[in-house]
Design a protein around this ligand. Structure first.
Ligand code: ZN
Length: 169
């Protein structure tokens, strides 16, 4: 089911998420909603916080639904190591129509749990590392614009304020 994605300004996006502790049918439904909503946007990653759920949970799929093997369900992630840097344009489904250059780790090793509660480790590089870093940020109430210079951040905030005033946010 496609559910509404919270936009910048929603307090839920600034909340630190709690660990998933029940790997049950309810979690399965939430994950399905995350995938449906992410593909409907379309996007390559969506964190539970973005649909108002206070859970350390995100779905990622760099193939945007083209390749089932690319689906990642990430619960309770822990960053094991980071290496290098990459700079690239980045956006967020919660800050639609805004993108900017964000520096992220080039490589990242992350440990997490899947839908069945089984532990796994991902060695990610490039876009997947960027995506993991972005989604883990969401679980800590951090948004990509927090990585920008104060000036750029203020410019984006002011544009959003104007849109909100016009009822377009
Ligand atoms: Zn995002």
């Amino acid at each position: 089911m496609i559910v509404p994605i919270l936009k910048y300004g929603a307090p839920e996006l600034r909340t630190t998420s709690e660990k998933v502790d029940a790997f049950d049918g309810e979690l399965e439904k939430i994950v399905q909603n995350l995938f449906d909503t992410m593909y409907g946007s379309p996007g390559i990653g969506l964190a539970a916080a973005q649909i108002g759920l206070n859970l350390q949970l995100a779905t990622i799929d760099l193939s945007v639904g083209e390749d089932a093997d690319k689906r990642i369900i990430l619960c309770n992630p822990e960053i094991i190591s980071v290496e290098g840097e990459q700079k690239s344009d980045e956006g967020c489904l919660s800050i639609p129509d805004f993108t900017d250059t964000v520096t992220r780790p080039l490589k990242m090793t992350v440990r997490g749990f899947n839908l069945q509660g089984e532990e796994f480790t991902i060695d990610a590089e490039g876009l997947l590392a960027r995506c993991l870093s972005h989604e883990i940020d969401h679980m800590n109430g951090v948004l990509f614009i927090d990585h920008l210079s104060p000036l750029k951040r203020t410019l984006i905030r002011n544009k959003i304020k104007k849109l909100a005033k016009a009822g377009e946010w």
